[in-house]
Write a protein that binds this ligand. Structure first.
Ligand code: AMP
Ligand code: MG
Length: 272
C-alpha cells in the first residue's frame, strides 16, 4: 500500500475560485491508509526534515518561509510542535503575530513582518502573519476597505521580492469545521492543563465565522501565486494535517537540489 498522501489537490491554483464550503475539513481520502499508517508516515517524514534543514543551513543559499493561518483552535501550535519536533532548533525561527503594538500600528502593515523573514540558511515559521491584515482587520473593520483592498497586491509584491532574493515560500490554511472548533473549545474547558489556552475572545470571534470564511476565500484566491502558493489543508484530523504539511515541506526542500559546500583542498593547511 502506498504511504504517500496526494497533496496536489490541496494547492490553490493562481486565479482559481475558492469555495471553502466545498472543502471537507475531515477529508482524509487522499491517503490510502489508516490513522496509524498516517502517524507512521509523519514520523518518517519528520526524520527526513532534519537533515534537509541541516543542508539548508550548510549550503547557505536558500531560505524557507512557512506561513500558517487558521481560525482559533485550528491547530497552528500543534502543527509547529509536531512537524518541527525533530529539527535542530538553531535552524528554525518561529514568530507569532498578535495584536499589533502601538509602534507596529504606526507603520505600514508589512513593517513588522519583514524583519522576521528568514535569513539564508534559515527556516522561518509564521504563526499568523501579514495575512491577519486582510483577515481580522477586514472582518472587524479595523481599517476601511480602501486600505485593506490594495493589500492583496502589496502582499504579492512583497512575497515576490522575498522569493527573488532566495526565499522559498509556502502557505498553509488549516481548514477546520465550525463544529470541530466548538469541540476543541470544549476540550480546553474540560482539561485543566488546557485552561490557559481558553479565551472568551475566541468564543466571541466564532460569531464572525462566515465573515472570516469569506475573507479567507478572498485571500486564498488573490494571493496564491506561482511563487508563493497556498494550500488548503483539511485539518479536523491532526494526523492528516501533519501528514500533508510534512509531505509538502520535504518535497519542497528536496526540490531545492541542495548540496553541501565543497572544501577547497588547495587552501587547506592544518599546520602539521
Ligand atoms: P493567538 O494566535 O491566540 O496568540 O492570538 C493572536 C491574536 O492577535 C488573534 O486574535 C489575532 O486575530 C490577533 N491579531 C493578529 N494580527 C492582527 C492584526 N494585524 N490586527 C489585529 N489583530 C491581530
Ligand atoms: Mg488564540
Amino acid at each position: 500500500m502506498s504511504r504517500e498522501v496526494k497533496t496536489k489537490g490541496f494547492r490553490v491554483s493562481p486565479g482559481a475560485k475558492v469555495r471553502l464550503d466545498d472543502v471537507d475539513p475531515a477529508d482524509t481520502s487522499q491517503f490510502d491508509g489508516s490513522k496509524s499508517d498516517g502517524l507512521e508516515g509523519v514520523r518518517a517524514l519528520i526524520k527526513r526534515l532534519d537533515p534537509l534543514q541541516e543542508l539548508l543551513y550548510a549550503e547557505h543559499k536558500h531560505s524557507v518561509l512557512v506561513v500558517l493561518q487558521a481560525m482559533d483552535t485550528g491547530g497552528k501550535d500543534g502543527t509547529i510542535r509536531r512537524v518541527f519536533e525533530g529539527v535542530n532548533p538553531q535552524g528554525v525561527k518561529v514568530t507569532r503575530f498578535g495584536v499589533p503594538t502601538p509602534e507596529e500600528s504606526g507603520h505600514d502593515f508589512l513593517w513588522r513582518v519583514h524583519s522576521h523573514a528568514p535569513e539564508k540558511g534559515e527556516m522561518a515559521i509564521f504563526n499568523r502573519s501579514h495575512y491577519e491584515s486582510v483577515l481580522v482587520e477586514r472582518v472587524h473593520g479595523l481599517v476601511p476597505k480602501e486600505v485593506w483592498r490594495p493589500r492583496y497586491g502589496e502582499i504579492n509584491d512583497f512575497e515576490r521580492e522575498l522569493t527573488e532574493e532566495g526565499t522559498t515560500i509556502v502557505k498553509f490554511y488549516l481548514h477546520i469545521s465550525k463544529k470541530e472548533q466548538v469541540k476543541r473549545l470544549q476540550d480546553r474547558l474540560d482539561d485543566p492543563t488546557k485552561h490557559w489556552k481558553f479565551s472568551m475572545f475566541d468564543v466571541r470571534e466564532r460569531k464572525f465565522w462566515d465573515q472570516y470564511m469569506k475573507a479567507y476565500e478572498d485571500a486564498l484566491e488573490r494571493t496564491s501565486t506561482p511563487w508563493a502558493p497556498w494550500y488548503v489543508v483539511p485539518s479536523n484530523h491532526p494526523w492528516f494535517r501533519d501528514l500533508v504539511i510534512s509531505t509538502i515541506l520535504v518535497k519542497m526542500l528536496e526540490d531545492l537540489k541542495m548540496h553541501y559546500p565543497k572544501l577547497d583542498k588547495a587552501k587547506m593547511d592544518l599546520g602539521q
